[in-house]
Design a protein around this ligand. Structure first.
Ligand SMILES: [Fe+2]
Length: 337
């Protein structure tokens, strides 16, 4: 379940407090460096005075209301000190300058409210987009009832593996999730006779089946929002040793996202039952992943995947309709981890 849109607005991203502090220092340094009173640089003093809005607007754009008010108060205090010290003995000028502070106290909270409305609208749009994507994925899975939830589990497992690999770039993680959700979207073009067949496929059926990564990638390329995920979709059946399809790419020539999705795809296929096989236990599945390390799968991805705590995988699986199990003999070892 998603958190409410309101609380989805996060703490300021790294670096932004530093940029705001830098703007604050720069503006006041400029203001103090061009003293009050008559001199030929007075215009610069006035420009610096108008630039007081800069740190306040940065705070309004990036932070919550409390931090915006704190920055506004700090700017007001520093400016007040400047008025008291540098304009002492000129009460009329002091009054005029103090009135300037009122503008700051209007601009800070008002811009914060505008920026917040923008952020909420963007967040709602992002969620609507994500919901549409999930609906498309669910409708694709209606054709193969036994794979219900497969794409969502592959997406969630891929994110767990990526986290273990220390991959934190939000843009990469978004593409990874989208690519994983849509990795089998191209199966919409595979005829039922091949898609739903439980026995061995003949050559023609195999050929139709092997086209699904490319078809899925072309579907994604048709949308600006999904285009970045196309390389993941196109390469999710490539193998680390170069014996996969459709392009026979090997090693790091396969996009990292596709290598992660490939491992998650294998793990989910193994741990769920299909008409032609039982569901393997977590231990059996991770043993097979290890066997495939350096063959079908990227060793670095396998290493990360098998290091994901069983509990995290099991909770994810349960959210999407699958109960993962561990073998009796080592149940306690794994659950104790
Ligand atoms: Fe696939």
């Amino acid at each position: 379940m998603n958190p409410p849109v309101e609380t989805a607005m996060v703490a300021p991203p790294r670096g932004r407090p530093a940029w705001t502090a830098a703007a604050f220092i720069l503006v006041f340094a400029l203001h103090w460096a061009t003293p009050a009173g008559p001199h030929e640089w007075h215009w610069l003093h006035l420009v610096a005075q108008k630039m007081l809005f800069l740190p306040v607007l940065m705070a309004a754009a990036w932070f919550d209301l409390r931090r915006t008010l704190i920055v506004t108060a700090l700017v007001s205090a520093a400016f007040g000190l400047h008025i008291a010290v540098q304009w002492s003995g000129r009460p009329m000028v002091q009054a005029e300058q103090l009135a300037e502070l009122v503008n700051l106290w209007i601009a800070g909270p008002a811009s914060w409210a505008f920026f917040r409305a923008e952020r909420l609208a963007a967040e709602r749009l992002r969620r609507a987009h994500a919901d549409t994507l999930l609906t498309v994925v669910s409708s694709l899975e209606l054709r193969e009832p036994y794979t219900a939830g497969h794409s969502r589990r592959v997406a969630a497992y891929s994110l767990l593996a990526a986290e273990k690999m220390g991959l934190r770039d939000p843009a990469f993680l978004r593409l990874l999730e989208t690519g994983a959700l849509l990795h089998d979207a191209g199966k919409i073009g595979v005829p039922d006779v091949a898609l739903l067949k439980t026995g061995a496929l003949n050559d023609e059926e195999w050929e139709a089946m092997r086209r699904h990564p490319q078809s899925g990638a072309s579907l994604a390329r048709g949308s600006d929002a999904l285009e970045g995920a196309a390389p993941i979709i196109a390469a999710h059946h490539e193998r680390w040793d170069g014996r996969g399809y459709p392009a026979g790419l090997a090693g790091e020539a396969i996009s990292l996202g596709a290598r992660i999705v490939a491992a998650a795809d294998v793990y989910d296929a193994l741990t769920t039952s299909r008409p032609y096989k039982r569901a393997f236990s977590h231990d059996e599945a991770t043993a097979i992943l290890r066997e495939q390390s350096g063959a079908a799968l990227d060793p670095r991805v396998v290493e990360a995947f098998v290091a994901v705590p069983f509990r995290a995988l099991a909770e994810t699986a349960a959210r999407h309709g699958v109960t993962l199990r561990v073998d009796e003999g080592i149940r306690e070892n794994i659950l104790g981890k």
